[in-house]
Design a binder for this molecule. Structure first.
Ligand SMILES: *Cc1c(COP(=O)(O)O)cnc(C)c1O
Length: 388
């Protein structure tokens, strides 16, 4: 039934590869900076565990204690008694961390966007969305039935123009804080000013900013913007915070509204308490010690300097996400294979996920300087650094 479509994808080199379906995969007990495929260890340069917290002893201890106390599954949605003090504590701590009155947990970043966006905007409302926003935002907009207007990537002038011509009951501007495939940061001060001028709400998906930017506090702290009533901050615990689940942080009335109307919150089983407990431990680590953030940025600096010497232009990225453009789909796949043959795991990202194929490198605090040098050394042997 789907044979022809699949064959067409195969012909164009676009079928997706899930390595752990084809071999025995595990993350090394040393952390997520290493992945073991069929018993062979590779340096992992595509993990979003930016601070290397997924194997941190504090997170593991907190999760284990919660497992013992609360079991493996929550058994019910929050509204039906699936929540524990771990869930509520995490919400309170997240609100404090993000400088908002309250926060609400969701089961993943994907479901947070799919649930919160349709709760915040519906028929008669207008959503303004950056053209390169994450798939979960695009899907949330589609589900909302609000009119969705796309503004040019990171272009606050275009947004302002659209805001002055498009009138709706409620107006919601949505942006990634860090664009997950390019590593650039949205111009939040300019976007926020445009929203302020037009009485619109700004919804920021801080999935790759939380734990990474602004000393770990996220994109608002990065720009020195105080949290305010018009700004809604969404983020995940699954990336830099080394755990699982997601949150929306905002003023109490908005959280109350989401609790009453976000379908992915109402109609889905609560996160396991162990995940909430691990997330809480991660927030505490980011708040008390910034050494892992410092190591992350030192590692990024080392990699960026090395890549520049090799002739890769990574100047568009301002974060640990560093895309390498090595040619068309076929060449990008070959580059990824070459890296794997040399002990480096970094998959090719292709259309339709991105318009231009690339190797999406991520560097984390879990990498050693030796790991980064090894990657650079292997890349030195790849002939096409200078060919776009
Ligand atoms: C990863 C990501 C999500 C989804 O988060 P999960 O917790 O992995 O479901 C949402 N938005 C952006 C921008 C992301 O990069």
């Amino acid at each position: 039934m789907y044979h022809e479509e699949l064959n067409e994808m195969r012909r164009r080199g676009l079928v997706r590869i899930v390595r752990d379906r084809d071999c025995t995969a595990t993350l090394s007990s040393g952390g997520t900076a290493r992945i073991i495929l069929d018993g062979k260890e590779f340096l992992h340069f595509s993990s979003n565990d930016y601070l290397g917290l997924a194997f941190h002893s504090d997170l593991i201890a907190a999760a284990s204690a919660a497992l013992d106390a609360c079991g493996t599954g929550a058994g019910a949605a929050r509204l039906l008694g699936g929540g524990t003090h771990h869930h509520r504590l995490l919400e309170k701590q997240t609100a404090q961390f993000k400088g908002t009155e309250d926060a609400l947990l969701f089961n993943s970043g994907y479901t947070a966007n799919l649930s919160a966006i349709p709760a915040l905007a519906g028929e008669g409302d207008i959503i303004f969305s950056d053209e390169l926003n994450h798939a979960s935002i695009i899907d949330g907009c589609r589900l909302s039935r609000a009119k969705t207007v796309i503004y040019r990537h990171c272009n606050a002038d275009h947004l302002q123009e659209l805001l002055s011509t498009e009138q709706g009951k409620r107006r919601l501007v949505i942006t990634d804080s860090v664009f997950s495939m390019d590593g650039n940061i949205a111009p939040i001060p300019a976007l926020s000013a445009a929203c302020h001028n037009s009485n619109a709400i700004l919804y920021i998906d801080d999935a790759h900013g939380t734990g990474v930017l602004g000393g770990g506090y996220g994109v608002l702290r990065h720009f020195g913007i105080p949290p305010q009533d018009r700004i809604i901050q969404m983020g995940t615990y699954s990336k830099a915070l080394g755990s699982f689940g997601a949150f929306v942080a905002a003023q109490s009335e908005i959280i109350q509204w989401l609790l009453n109307s976000a379908r992915g919150f109402i109609f889905s089983t609560a996160l396991p308490a162990s995940a909430a407990a691990a997330s809480l431990a991660a927030l505490q680590l980011v708040e008390t010690a910034d050494s892992c953030t410092a190591r992350l940025w030192a590692n990024r600096k080392l990699l960026v300097e090395g890549l520049s010497i090799l002739g890769y232009d990574v100047s568009r990225s301002e974060t640990p996400i560093l895309p390498l453009f090595v040619g068309d789909i076929d060449r990008t796949l070959r580059c990824s294979d070459y890296l794997r043959e040399n002990g480096i795991f970094a998959p090719a990202i292709r259309p339709p996920t991105v318009a231009t194929p690339r190797i999406r490198l991520t560097v984390t605090a879990g990498h050693t300087q030796g790991d980064i040098r090894k990657l650079l050394h292997v890349l030195e042997g790849w002939p096409s650094a200078h060919c776009p």
